[in-house]
Design a protein around this ligand. Structure first.
Ligand code: UD1
Length: 419
């Protein structure tokens, strides 16, 4: 079982290049299936979730090649409409392939994604949107069976909640539908904009991505493209939180500061200084941070649920008490229990977490239960007295490329073990 050992108490200094965004890359990889064509995806992060997506693409008939940081997907010979149960289980977000397979094959079959480490994972909004586009969908004994009635047909879809995954699935499927699709109350995340830019670069006609109303005019076919994945705003948040915790001076290169509009003010309010310039973010942190009043996770442009865990690690050693309200996922505080084992003082009551900042955390053995929560334990380890062992780091490796190497290059005492 792989784990990470961190010795706390070392400042972070230096500069790093941010990786491409996992949450952009996965729907874009699904989008490569729509129509024949070859997509060269630049700045594709090397992550276990991306490897799982590649396995899915290969199982459907695509050819994939790595060329340095670029992933090339040749989707000219897609010949299968089914994702096996094993592959579905390997990647929580494999449901994002549903709209793409339907658009390409006219049929699709996959096992229901079921629960996950963040609590139940409903897909009713994905199903609702695809049905509106003319897909006949049956859920039988844990399997979702889809068939397009005649043709995918553009329509007006009003989402009761701006679900990121549902917006992506509807957008991907409607790209080749007949006529116009309008998604009202669409998700507005930067990853939605990146997906739209990728599809448009292949000849799709999507307008309004990034706003709550997206208009897609169906086209007959898509072609080849080269596309660069946007920088990962959650990985950026994680590294900024780490520097704010340890104190130090770090420059993040290849960043999109505007995607962090809800994050940077929080870290500044907690006492670090942040300097932004085009595609760079520099953080300078000298003193112990201060508590933040209340953080409420919300759909974009609100505070992201993915940033809750790293900012909670930061709040755990702040002067004063911070309050978190998790509005997106009901089971997203497992890291708090592990942080408490390191000496943090966090009380959970339903969707609210009250974090009383402590003077010190102490190294011990902790377990990562999910991706962002796992990363928050590495952050805690960077400042804890003694050595922290973080177990089950496969969760972290779903979304962070070489997290141990990045921190080591910045001056941390950290190592990864596979025994
Ligand atoms: C969510 C986050 C996204 C983050 C990703 C990975 C939001 C709005 N979305 O996207 O920013 O990058 O996790 O951690 O913050 N829901 C339903 N029915 C559905 C789909 C979703 O009820 O069919 C509910 C979910 O249970 C959840 C909420 O809607 O409470 C957000 O879901 P959604 O945005 O779809 O989740 P992801 O696409 O995974």
């Amino acid at each position: 079982m792989s784990c990470i050992y961190v010795e706390g108490g070392h400042k972070l200094n230096g500069e790093i290049d941010l990786q491409g965004a996992k949450n952009s890359c996965l729907p874009i990889l699904a989008g490569t299936l729509v129509g024949k064509g070859i997509s060269v995806i630049h700045n594709c992060p090397r992550l276990t979730d991306v490897e799982a997506a590649i396995k899915i693409l290969n199982s459907l008939g695509c050819k994939t090649y790595w060329k340095g940081r670029d992933l090339i997907v040749d989707a000219n010979d897609v010949n299968c409409d089914t994702i096996s149960e094993t592959l579905m289980r390997e990647m929580r977000s494999s449901i994002v392939f549903l709209g793409a397979i339907i658009a390409r094959m006219g049929t699709a079959e996959l096992s229901s994604p079921g629960g996950c480490e963040l609590g139940p994972r409903p897909i009713d909004l994905h199903i609702y949107g695809l049905k509106k586009l003319g897909v006949d969908i049956k859920e039988e004994r844990g399997f979702i069976k889809c068939k397009v009635n005649n043709k995918l047909r553009g329509t007006k879809i009003v989402l009761p909640f701006p679900s990121v995954g549902a917006t992506e699935n509807i957008m991907i499927a409607s790209v080749v539908a007949q006529g116009e699709t309008i998604i009202h109350n669409a998700a507005q995340e930067p990853e939605i904009v990146d997906l739209a830019n990728y599809l448009n670069s292949r000849g799709a006609n999507i307008k309004g991505a990034g706003d709550s109303c997206i208009v897609i005019n169906g086209v007959k076919k898509l072609g080849n493209t080269e596309h660069t994945v946007i920088p990962d705003r959650i990985v950026a948040t994680t590294y900024l939180s780490a520097v704010a915790m340890t104190t130090g001076d770090v420059l993040l290169n290849k960043a999109n500061p505007q995607d962090l509009d809800s994050i940077i003010p929080v870290i500044e309010e907690m006492g670090s200084r942040i300097f932004v310039e085009k595609d760079k973010i520099r953080i300078v942190s000298k003193d112990r941070v201060k508590a933040i009043k209340t953080i409420r996770t919300m759909p974009y442009p609100g505070f992201p649920t993915d940033a809750q865990a790293p900012i909670m690690a930061l709040a755990s050693i702040a002067k004063g008490t911070s309050v978190f309200v998790e509005n997106i996922f009901e089971n997203r505080y497992k890291h708090a229990i592990e942080l408490n084992r390191m000496g943090a003082d966090i009380k959970i009551e339903g969707k609210v977490a009250v974090v009383k900042g402590v003077d010190k955390l102490f190294g011990t053995t902790v377990k990562s239960h999910d991706l962002r929560g796992g990363a928050s334990l590495v952050l805690a380890g960077l400042v804890a007295d003694g050595v922290t062992k973080i177990e089950d780091i496969h969760h972290i490796e779903r979304g962070y490329q070489d997290i141990d190497k990045v921190f080591k290059d910045l001056g941390a005492k950290i190592s990864r073990s596979d025994v």
